[in-house]
Design a protein around this ligand. Structure first.
Ligand code: UT7
Length: 335
């Protein structure tokens, strides 16, 4: 059995900054509401034609590969987490293989929304543990902005989400006491529709239904979120899965050097911080600048934390996420 560790991190966000005031010009919302309820000040939106989910992932991946000190040809496997793929099929994993010019290694797409990066890391960790692969490229990338209802009708969802990508290279660790100590994954499909995008799909609403109805007021292809219900579940599940990871490794909340939570809502991060008695510098948040970037949020935040010197060798770093599915998970890392 081998351990895996993160050897390279990178992120990319589009240049186009969209402030809360910008949104208030196109829908009935305001800066005070958005900041008070979510902590978000601004987010990035892709300008059509300049980027896709894959191209952002590729840009983040290039940085991560370079920082890992390896060549793209050393990548043995690709794992790509997103809920906003370029195409319905094939998934973006193969597009990354093509666009980075990586040899014909396997490419896996992970569909676990806000928990996508945690799931992707867990999958990659298992392949390294068994010795099957040495270097795995893990990407989380989302292009939300052009799939949101940018009218007052959609304001409860559309002000929250932003575009961007983050990537990590997971490599075989030299030392069994460093790297990813454990990963913990959960799901509760009972609440699948509470945060969902139903159409087009082969379940309730087919492409042929949408075309036949030709209804300009059709909301079914915009994301839906039962915000308060999701919030209540998030605070419980975040706490549970962090504790589960700590207990598995005989650790306590006071052992955490840095918690990097999925950036769903600043209020959720603050709740967890206070529940675990962590200081401000022990929890990394950047939702203020990027909004919720779903599968990209943890790798973007982790990269920014690492770049600003907040992640040091020997630190106990905890990643945790909760989102649509519901799915949730944590990763316990000795850096
Ligand atoms: O990343 C995946 C996991 N996601 C989450 O964890 C998100 C969890 N949920 C949340 O973060 C919060 O529920 C939201 C930020 C989405 C919403 O905050 P809330 O405090 O739960 O607000 P609400 O949905 O209960 O809406 C309160 C009021 C409503 O008006 P009335 O009915 O009280 O008159 C909404 O219509 O705020 C109104 N509202 C808005 N007002 C201005 C909803 N969205 C907006 C908006 N601007 N953008």
């Amino acid at each position: 059995m081998y351990n895996s560790k993160i050897t390279g991190l990178g992120y990319y966000v589009p240049d186009n900054v969209v402030t809360n005031d910008d949104l208030s010009k196109i829908m009935d919302t305001n800066d005070a509401w958005i900041q008070e309820r979510t902590g978000i000040k601004e987010r990035r939106h892709v300008v059509k034609g300049e980027d896709t989910t894959t191209s952002m992932g590729v840009k983040a991946a290039k940085i991560a590969i370079e920082r890992a000190g390896i060549d793209k040809d050393d990548i043995d496997f690709i794992v790509f987490a997103t809920l906003s793929p370029d195409y319905y099929f094939p998934g973006p994993g193969v597009l990354v293989q093509r666009d980075l010019g990586i040899k014909t290694v396997g490419a896996l797409d992970v569909r676990n929304q806000c928990s996508g990066f945690v799931y992707a890391i867990s999958v990659a960790d298992q392949y390294i543990k068994t010795g099957m692969y040495k270097n795995i490229l893990v990407i989380g990338s989302e292009l939300h902005s052009h799939g949101l209802d940018m009218t007052t009708r959609g304001r409860g969802v559309s002000v929250i989400f932003g575009d961007g990508a983050g990537a990590a290279v997971l490599s075989r660790a030299e030392n069994e006491h460093e790297g990813i100590l454990s990963t913990h994954l959960h799901s509760e499909g009972q609440h699948a529709e509470e945060l969902s995008l139903i159409a087009p799909g082969m379940g309730k609403r087919w492409v042929s239904d949408i075309i036949a109805d030709n209804d300009p007021n059709d909301e079914s292809y915009f994301p839906y979120m039962n915000g308060q219900f999701v919030f209540k579940n998030a605070v419980v599940r975040f706490s549970e899965v962090i504790m589960e990871g700590l207990k598995k490794n005989n650790l306590k909340p006071t052992d955490i050097d840095l918690l990097v939570p999925h950036q769903a809502n600043l209020r959720i991060s603050q709740f967890i911080q206070s529940k675990f008695g962590l200081k401000d510098d022990q929890v990394f948040n950047n939702i203020m600048s990027y909004g919720n970037t779903t599968a990209a949020s943890i790798p973007i935040a982790l990269t920014e934390a690492w770049e600003s010197g907040k992640v040091k060798t020997g630190d106990l770093v905890v990643l945790a996420a909760f989102g649509s599915g519901f799915t949730w998970g944590s990763v316990i890392i000795r850096w």
